[in-house]
Ligand binder design. Structure first.
Ligand code: NAP
Ligand code: MG
Length: 493
């Protein structure tokens, strides 16, 4: 059943130094429901001047506020309280997320469970950060302190809005950093709802600020600001490169989670049903708007024709529909811009390869940015649809002759975020795992991601790791303390 009641159009301000504030320019921007193309909210655009106030607030909170006096236990408790708020409000947040970014409500509920788990994980990890005693060959005590990196600028995309916010905020808070978060302009709503609870859970003013606006203005001002110590970015490789250049001026620490063109590799001996399912799930979950989407489906020639047919048959059953319908498996793309981008790739694909299914707008819908799940086959790995990240429900199926060729094609990409291999042969699986240059390789699965395990890319998929203890490390500096225990003067001069 879809919800038919029209939601009220809400207005949101920016959350700076513990206050909700309008933009200094007075400007706002509209936020849409991509299934109806209607405006569902107005959000204040943060100017460079607003960003400056937010960074200064985060700076003051880090340098001289009560935050510096909090214990790791205190910070852990705050993170658990945030998780509780999320669990208590999952229905509201999941609906808002689905409505704003177009993802099926059932998937939004999974995301929300992951959001709460992420805050709980880092709540538990906060007081497990320890230093080290260093065995220096001197009558001295050398040890390390792990200290928060400072003010973190955190810029996130629209495909998993609140989850990406959690991946950024939770480890930063655990570490004792202060934050200025910039959600994607398309999907800021759940992060703004989250900010509603910051004061109540005990975050002092300035510790977490949320500023909204377009990347080129709000995001760029944040990255360039000399008061920022660290930039954590998730988004496209193109913007990642701009960010690294800008951050270089003040040598900020940078971590980047960028895109991919991930291979999902199927050998002839793979479990058939699981493999066909895995090929579809790998690329069509979340409308294909997934950085680790298995958008290159590599299939051994022995099973190639049958596999493409089976994928196609099953893809016909993928139910497109409004995000709030519980049986919807694929909603609209997030925005008009993304719809135009993906459909332009569909035109390119129809020229570069053969079309098994899809290839255009889903015609059952008069409104909304719905695109058919599309499978192109006989794709050359040199084709644009095999090289460029489409970030939509588009599979490029590529045949391969043998294991060596599968590995060669898998690695023939500028990206290295993820890969998967399907086979019943454990020796072959491990040879492929070791040969593929990517931050994660799944065997006989694709996409599950857990907060306990690291996430991040090789090559142009970025650097640094999120999640697990690795994610916390990225917000910590290491200070060595050397305590001389030898009372005799140095006696050098
Ligand atoms: P995007 O255009 O790179 O934007 C990402 C974020 O950066 C948005 O908040 C955006 O702001 C902001 N931004 C844009 N230009 C900027 C600039 N010059 N300076 C500072 N910030 C700037 O990516 P997207 O279109 O939102 O998301 C899709 C991309 O993200 C895909 O390429 C995908 O692979 C990648 N992604 C990667 C991961 C991962 O974990 N590796 C996860 C999700 C997505 P506005 O959009 O508000 O203007
Ligand atoms: Mg953008």
């Amino acid at each position: 059943m879809s919800t038919t009641a029209k939601p009220t159009v809400k207005s949101y301000q920016n959350y700076i130094n513990g206050q909700w504030v309008a933009s200094s320019s007075g400007e706002t921007f509209p936020v849409y429901d991509p299934s109806t193309e209607e405006v569902i909210a107005h959000v204040a655009s943060a100017t460079a001047a607003d960003v400056d106030i937010a960074v200064k607030a985060a700076r003051a909170a880090f340098d001289s506020g009560p935050w510096a006096q909090t214990t790791a236990q205190d910070r852990g408790r705050i993170l658990f309280k945030i998780a509780d708020k999320i669990r208590q409000n999952t229905a509201m947040l999941a609906e808002l997320e689905a409505r704003n970014c177009g993802k099926p409500i059932v998937e939004a509920e999974y995301d929300l469970a992951d959001v709460a788990t992420c805050f709980e994980y880092y709540g538990g990890l906060a007081n497990k950060v320890t230093g080290h005693v260093n065995p220096v060959p001197a009558n001295a005590l050398s040890f390390t302190l792990r200290e928060p990196m400072g003010v973190a600028a955190q810029i996130i995309p629209w495909n998993f809005p609140l989850l990406m916010a959690a991946w950024k905020l939770a480890p930063a808070i655990a570490a004792g950093c202060t934050c200025v978060l910039k959600p994607a302009e398309q999907t800021p709503l759940t992060a703004m709802e989250l900010a509603n609870w910051f004061e109540e859970v005990g975050l002092p003013p300035g510790v977490v600020n949320v500023v909204n606006g377009v990347g080129e203005v709000t995001g760029a001002a944040l990255v360039a600001h000399p008061g920022v110590d660290k930039v954590a970015f998730t988004g496209s490789a193109a913007v990642g490169k701009i960010i690294v250049k800008s951050a270089a001026d003040t040598l900020k620490r940078v971590t980047l989670e960028l895109g991919g063109k991930s291979p999902n590799v199927f050998f002839a001996d793979a479990d058939w049903e699981a493999a066909v399912d895995g090929a579809l799930f790998g690329v069509f979950i979340n409308q294909g708007e997934v950085c680790s989407a298995g958008s290159r489906v590599l299939v051994e020639k022995k099973i190639y024709t049958k596999f493409v047919e089976a994928m196609t048959e099953k893809a016909k059953r993928i139910k497109l529909g409004p995000p709030l319908d519980r049986d919807t498996k694929m909603g609209p793309l997030v925005s008009k811009e993304q719809y135009d981008r993906v459909t332009s790739y569909l035109e390119i694909g129809k020229k570069e390869a053969k079309t098994a299914i899809g290839g255009g707008r889903a015609k059952a819908f008069a409104k909304g940015y719905y695109v058919e799940p599309t499978i192109f086959y006989d794709v050359q790995n040199s084709a644009r649809i095999a090289r460029e990240e489409i970030f939509g429900p588009v599979a490029s199926v590529i045949p391969f002759e043998n294991e060596a060729e599968a590995i060669r094609i898998s690695n023939d990409t500028p990206y290295g975020l993820a890969a998967a291999v399907w086979t019943r042969d454990i020796y072959k699986a491990f040879r492929v795992v070791k040969s593929i240059r990517a931050g994660i390789v799944w065997v006989n699965h694709m996409q599950p991601t857990y907060v306990e395990a690291p996430w991040g890319g090789y090559k142009q998929s970025g650097f640094g790791r999120e999640l697990g203890p690795w994610g916390l490390e990225e917000y910590l500096e290491t200070k060595q303390v050397f305590v001389n225990l030898d009372e005799t003067p140095i006696g050098w001069y």
